[in-house]
Design a protein around this ligand. Sequence first.
Ligand code: GTP
Ligand code: MG
Ligand code: ZN
Length: 294
Amino acid sequence: MAAIDAQTMPATLPCLICESRNPSEAVVCSECCAPMALIHDALSQDRDPCIVTVIGESNVGKTVYLGMLLDMLSKRADDFEAIPKGAYSVNLQHTVVSYLSARQFPPKTAMEADLWQWAYYQVSRRNENSMIYDLVMPDMAGEAIAAEVSSPQTFKVIRSLLEKSRGAVLLVDAAMAGVGSPQPDFFALKLMSYIDGVVATSPNQRISSPVAIVLSKSDYTPESFDNPRAFAKTNLNRLWNICESRFEHFEFFATSVVGSLGFGSDEYENVIPYPLHVAPRGIIEPLDWVLSKL
Ligand SMILES: Nc1nc2c(ncn2[C@@H]2O[C@H](COP(=O)(O)OP(=O)(O)OP(=O)(O)O)[C@@H](O)[C@H]2O)c(=O)[nH]1
Ligand SMILES: [Mg+2]
Ligand SMILES: [Zn+2]
């Protein structure tokens, strides 16, 4: 086994995300709250981990999307193979699949970074000579992302993650955009300009890391499946324009996790959707595209 034993373990280790040094027995990084298990698992590997960050505002569907994506990968969808590193990596998909199979959506992600679930998977295609990627993907809270974007340094982990990321998946609420709300477009514009600020090396050079823009909840907007680019140009025009001006590799994907919804109400008379039938569409394509651009 390649894992390091207690005798050869250095007293402190640099965090995989923010690089601050932590005692090797620490559970989470004292600076950014990333799990130290990521480092221990990365140390036993001779490849660099490939961080792909999933971002988007609160309630856009990040947890559901990421949980479903990891579950499909580990079920060998589209000829992919994914092996979780450490049992902690399975928690997110376990939570999401358990809720969906009970015909409920999972609860919103806690704002505190030490409560986020991280997934570390070895992903490859099941053919010979396929590249192997050690994917690190945390499930962040949309409210934390919004706080960091409006006042940088509130959540250092988000900036460090984006600096280290090889690619990003940006979720945008197609259901809201499709009924004419400007909110998804503005939030996505802010996020893209934040990424531009973090990653850009020069104002004249476009950003080379791939960004897949996932139009989530596309079951509400079936037309987005026919032509995601046209949907974005029409309904997310500000986002489309910043992508074209500042990003070398960007692509739009329509996705949905549910096939049909039921509606009920909670004790405050709020309407609550229930996933009656899980029918994932367009879940793997964004990741497949990001990996093809690395
Ligand atoms: N119709 C439809 N609704 C969805 C889909 N995915 C998510 N939703 C709805 O979006 C809500 C939010 O999904 P989450 O995955 O929890 O959102 P999130 O981005 O993780 O939100 P935060 O944890 O607050 O950042 C769910 O409770 C569902 O109501 C989908 O594929 N189709
Ligand atoms: Mg969430
Ligand atoms: Zn850290």
